[in-house]
Design a protein around this ligand. Sequence first.
Ligand SMILES: [Zn+2]
Length: 309
Amino acid sequence: MLSYRPNAHTTNDVVRQAIIPMTAANGSSYAQLVNRGEPKMPQKMVTHNWSNLFRDLLASVIADALEEHTFELVSALLSDEVGINALEQMIQVQGNLEDVYWICAFAVNQHSGICGANPRADVDPVTMLPHPVCSCGTPKFFNSTPPLNQHGESIHCEMNKFDDMMSFLACRDVSFAEVVAVDASLELFSRAWCMAELFEAHRMGMTQILLVRNKDTLLRRQHMLEGLRVQDMKASRQQDVDVILAKIPNKDAFNQRLRSLILDRNVGLLTAWKQADSLQQIEQLSHVLKWARLSTSVEDGLQVWQNWV
Ligand SMILES: [Zn+2]
């Protein structure tokens, strides 16, 4: 993706301009391409919004692999080659380089779904050119493409199975966890898919790990989360919003449960995040020592301290 700029391009841009073109000849997902068709079982799935910066999605995953709760430093390191190399080596030192995360943008075959159209006329934020559409002949399966199951859902569609996939993964691995990659503007909390995944993971008793840019982003915008309503949530395809809303008969009760899942003073995700973060702050010395240990064991580790905030 020649125009790629870490501080401008979103996951949607990268899917449209890198992932889809790279995988078009194969007509497969990116994961199938790079793993040469060999299936890999993930230990974690990542909930994220496609409007987030691609850099920040990666930063959240890498920060999680480095057992951090914020991704600002990792984001800064991801902005150039030297920082990327240092991060890769540090994850190796940490022993987590082989961990497998499930991320829809990579794991879903975009050629069986969205590749052939750009219905919202999205443009590249740098070149301002519309995203190209793919001309591959891979058959497309959307939510209601036959054959259908007894609930009227497409059997071959890869975009309508998040709850089946989550329950499959959670059943076979009790430690299977959800990483929630929260974007800097907290838009994730207004995306229908993300909230449906958040709720489903909670219902299944998965460990949920929130990654946020830094403490300030979270505290400044927390009031916005108090008015969360599933009826206001958005998805790029209206049919997805309809499917999600249809699965929630009592929306008021759902909204209340969603808000308490995130905001509850005792057990909410944000409370858990704040506690984990303040523990890391209290243990600032051991936190700094961890980064010192990681950065001194790799080449270009000095880069870490140039980006330390
Ligand atoms: Zn295609």
